[in-house]
Design a protein around this ligand. Structure first.
Ligand SMILES: C[S@@+](CC[C@H](N)C(=O)[O-])C[C@H]1O[C@@H](n2cnc3c(N)ncnc32)[C@H](O)[C@@H]1O
Length: 319
């Protein structure tokens, strides 16, 4: 388990680092840093840079400000003194999985298309329209790593009942395989495109203990009780996480576990560089903080025990 957790965390750190390099590259490519030496106002800069999608350009400039690359002084936008060090140690290198790098390169390339027009600012990582791209992404070894962590952390086995909120196209079989004919896996997702890919895999595998439901988890009210509830890489699409966490806790049996996997913001400095690219999906909000999750748990009526595994997994046991 320790090796899996290190693998998860070290790959997430590498994702943040590579996103930092690419966000700098965009600044160079579109002449943004050059313009900033001209002592212009924020609005002038927005208009002068040839990047047709102004809302996305605004996100980019705001991300540079958050990272400390640029600073705002009243109406002016200025370069700040900034340096960034990429870290790779002999200790970390063996944990890095190459597979995700080419998917991230695709995402970085999408920015060039998204830069063209403000009419379709979030066009290229849609859960429904681009379900095949999402399926490729969710099929990576990186994603299997955290699903194995989920299975171990939840002690998943046949006879258990599992609810997966925002299940995507791959977890129904990868998590479903840890259960069996006496168990029950219910996967909930709001994307028909994603669900149809999941459905064909589940049928092919003959996992008749796996059920899929098309629902928005912001509105869902589960009627049944489960031994485990999973939310992996989904809270980042929810703008007000309190209600969804309450739903998840309500759906748990006493002694059941809620397992959350996310790159918690406190643990990954500069993660807003990665967030900038994830905004190509219109529902993306922000990676959650542990403190927001804890606040939501404290506001729910349930007693709980919290355990952290590394920097990206929380296990909440309902008492
Ligand atoms: C990044 S994917 C993660 C999928 C899966 N949990 C995994 O780890 O492989 C996010 C998934 O959440 C779904 N999703 C996002 N917001 C949702 C919502 N409000 N209701 C239901 N599903 C949602 C998306 O359609 C997508 O399949």
């Amino acid at each position: 388990m320790e090796g899996l957790i290190k693998k998860l965390d070290k790959n997430i750190s590498a994702m943040v680092q590579i996103s930092m390099l690419h966000i700098f590259q965009i600044g160079l490519k579109y002449g943004i840093f050059t313009r900033l030496t001209e002592d212009k106002s924020y609005n002038d800069i927005l208009n002068l840079i040839s990047f047709g999608n102004k809302p996305l350009l605004k996100e980019l400039l705001d991300t540079y400000v958050k990272l400390g690359v640029l600073k705002r002084e009243g109406e002016r936008l200025l370069m700040d003194e900034f340096s960034y060090t990429v870290r790779l140690s002999p200790e970390s290198a063996p944990y890095i999985i190459p597979g995700w790098v080419s998917i991230f390169e695709e995402i970085y390339r999408m920015i060039d298309y998204a830069s063209i027009t403000p009419e379709h600012p979030k066009i290229l990582m849609d859960f429904d329209k681009d379900a095949d791209f999402w399926d490729m992404r969710l099929s990576l070894e990186f994603n299997s790593i955290y699903r194995k962590i989920i299975a171990k952390a939840g002690n998943l086995k046949d006879e258990m009942r599992v609810l997966d909120l925002g299940c995507g196209s791959v977890s129904p079989i990868e998590i479903g395989q840890f259960l069996g004919p006496n168990g029950k896996y219910v996967g909930v997702d709001f994307s028909p495109g994603i669900l149809s890919i999941a459905e064909s895999r589940v049928k092919g595998a003959g996992f008749d203990w796996v059920t899929l439901r098309e629902l928005d988890i912001r509105k869902a009210v589960p009627r049944n009780r489960y031994d485990a509830v999973i939310m992996s890489f989904v809270l980042e699409y929810i703008d007000s996480i309190g209600r969804v966490i309450k739903t998840a806790m309500n759906a748990l049996e006493s002694g059941g576990r809620l397992i959350i996997v996310e790159p918690f913001k406190e643990n990954y400095p500069n993660i807003c560089a990665w967030e900038f690219f994830e905004k190509l999906t219109k529902e993306f909000n922000s990676f959650p903080t542990k403190s927001a999750i804890l606040g939501a748990l404290e506001n729910s009526p349930h007693e709980f025990k919290l355990k952290e595994l590394g920097n990206s997994v929380l296990i909440i046991t309902k008492l």
